[in-house]
Design a binder for this molecule. Structure first.
Ligand code: ZN
Length: 69
């Protein structure tokens, strides 16, 4: 019984590891830029932490949103 439990546990762990790998491939961790992609202004650390994968500074972002992006 113990053996089967352990085997199940290992199978479960392998499944979870595989799942985690797949998720990583589908959603690569977005990297926040240090400087705005558009105007080159430095992006504040707080904004980079708050917005994962941020690429624009606040003013460019709001301008982009007004353009409908
Ligand atoms: Zn900008």
């Amino acid at each position: 019984m113990d053996l089967i439990d352990r085997a199940n546990q290992q199978a479960q762990q392998m499944l979870e590891a595989q799942l985690a790998n797949q998720l990583c491939r589908v959603y690569p961790p977005a990297e926040s830029l240090h400087h705005c992609e558009e105007c080159g202004d430095p992006i504040p650390e707080a904004r980079r932490m708050h917005v994962p994968g941020v690429r624009l500074c606040v003013s460019c972002k709001s301008r982009a949103e007004r353009r409908g992006q």
